[in-house]
Design a protein around this ligand. Structure first.
Ligand code: ATP
Ligand code: MG
Length: 254
């Protein structure tokens, strides 16, 4: 059996007296969509930030392809092919969509100009426009600051940025929270396409229909711990809500 592409065991994290994660576990196989669900404050975003290098855990172990790793920055996680759509989106609001796509990964100009620090703006614009087009993410103004975009349009930029760079795994923390019906369907389609290309997805969502529609496996967090894992084909919305709130008898589910 091959090792999971990403596995976390016994992750702990406290903020002062608040114990956000109390030994959380999750594993993701190649080409799999895993939904990570739980009530508000269950620790989903905290776990996501730890597994994408944005936050340091207090304890626990992370493995990539079975090999222990420490992510001391998002750059370290990206080097392993892991990208993230953060719940707060983490866009640079004063920059335009193309600049956001290439933020921290700008393409240098060719030759001497590149070595002098000049950027290949034309190449970035072309590749960026192509990325938005192929992902069917509609952008109102390629040259306008993202600050002037709607919530849904900003979410589109953040999703496109993660999908454009992800080689192994993409975390999506509430990627459809600000989206209407058609745009939500588009993101769910994107998740399936990404999965079919061999890149895994961890989807965090409060929408049980979305979770059931797109995921292969569902991990439930409660009070900073994994309390259940379900096969998405064999679970009902009521059972998921029961596991999230602690009213479901979980014999055999974990
Ligand atoms: N920066 C922080 N400082 C202090 N406490 C925090 C911080 N971030 C998270 N917490 C606490 O950690 C716990 C878990 O928060 P987290 O954001 O991971 O939950 P969540 O499952 O993502 O919730 P939601 O569904 O509301 O997004 C909460 O009790 C929260 O108040
Ligand atoms: Mg959250």
């Amino acid at each position: 059996m091959t090792a999971p592409i990403l596995e976390a065991r016994g992750i702990t994290k406290s903020y002062g007296h608040v114990r956000s994660l109390q030994g959380a576990d999750i594993s993701v196989d190649r080409g799999e969509v895993v939904a990570l669900i739980g009530d508000n404050g269950a620790g989903k975003s905290t776990l996501t930030k730890i597994l994408s290098g944005a936050l340091k855990p207090d304890g626990g172990e992370i493995r990539v392809d079975g090999v222990p790793v420490t992510f001391d920055s998002p750059v370290a996680a990206r080097r392993h092919g892991i990208e993230t759509v953060y719940q707060d989106l983490s866009l640079a609001l004063d920059l335009n969509p193309i600049q956001n796509l290439f933020l921290g990964r700008e393409l240098p100009a060719k030759g001497l100009l590149g070595r002098l620090g000049f950027l290949d703006r034309a190449a970035m614009r072309q590749a960026g426009e192509e990325a938005f087009r192929s992902l069917s993410v509609r952008i109102p103004d390629m040259r306008g600051a993202v600050a002037n975009f709607s919530g849904g349009q900003r979410q589109g930029v953040a999703v496109a940025r993660a999908l454009m760079w992800a080689k192994r795994l993409v975390f999506m923390d509430e990627p459809t929270a600000a989206l209407g019906v058609a745009q939500t369907r588009n993101v769910l389609d994107l998740i399936r396409r990404v999965r079919d290309s061999g890149v895994s997805v961890v989807l965090i969502s409060h929408s049980m229909p979305d979770v059931l529609a797109v995921s292969d496996r569902i991990v439930v967090l409660r009070h900073g711990r994994r309390v259940a894992t379900f096969d998405a084909k064999r679970v009902t919305s009521d059972e998921l809500v029961g596991a999230m709130t602690g009213t479901l008898e979980l014999s055999g589910a974990a």
